[in-house]
Write a protein that binds this ligand. Sequence first.
Ligand code: FMN
Length: 320
Amino acid sequence: MNPKSEEDRIELQDLTIAIGSMTLKNPVMTASGTFGYGEEYAPFVDLNRLGAVVVKGLSLEPRSGNPPPRIMETPSGMLNAVGLQNIGVRDFIARKLPFLRRYDTAVIANIFGETVDEYRQVAEILNGTEGIHAIEVNISCPNVKRGGISFGACPDAAAEITRHIRSETDLPLIVKLTPNVTDIAQIALAVEAAGADAVSLINTVTGMSVDIERRRPHLANVTGGLSGPAIRPIALRMVWQVVRAVKVPVIGIGGIMTASDALEFLITGARAVEIGTANFIQPAATMEILDGIKDYMIRHKIGKITELIGSLDTGTQGNC
Ligand SMILES: Cc1cc2nc3c(=O)[nH]c(=O)nc-3n(C[C@H](O)[C@H](O)[C@H](O)COP(=O)(O)O)c2cc1C
């Protein structure tokens, strides 16, 4: 194949996907909390090439997060207990969003509150803000005492919060789910019925690590959220369960480091993927993943990414 014809084939590829009323140029997004407010990664990543930038979780007022130590490396992953440190939604709009508006990429605001009303107020402030394309609701943070996971672990509470935010905004609404539950599909069904346009999963898996010399937990918060390749098979299994349960698009997250990892999620039925911990190891991971997906599509003669999504063939395999 000569280089020109390969370029032509890449030009002809259609990677666009839809999440509610929002169309993304490709399915590669960043995961909240691992890509700052986008600006921090601009020296390494062409933000114009991303499907979407999902920014660090935003609350009504600024938060300083948990005391250190709050990060610990573990086998094939990391534990974090950052505790949703952020500059607050108003400062984000005033100081960070203008930078992101310069790029031709969707901006998704990840939001967080300690009470239903706080979530509602953050959504209200973002609604109608130029340059915000969707809201991702974090009801799944394991590292805060109030809010977060306490909403995401119960179908009724997850539905209630979704309903409140739905009534506040016309923006596409993505609800981010926690893996720290018995039946994630049940939570997904509850938020779908309450008006979510999509679900994203998974947030981190609650974990712990001990310093045996000092006989103390490594994290000041004692427990933290496990992310990275260690959680990928769990995330993929949960995406598979949720894809089969709901009709709304599912966004896959969890330990995606390479294009092959992303393809596993897309083939299983995820409409898009979010890249998290990989950004800490290789700041340009999202670009490599996007290029790898395109190469795969050329190799397999796939013109549209939508032909690939959900193409998993489980054959007659069952559980033994
Ligand atoms: C340091 C750190 C901070 C995070 N902050 C947020 C956050 O603010 N909001 C959120 O919804 N998820 C947050 N997450 C979870 C990630 O977005 C993602 O769901 C999780 O890390 C699993 O993906 P990964 O294995 O690719 O990192 C954070 C994760 C890490 C490691």
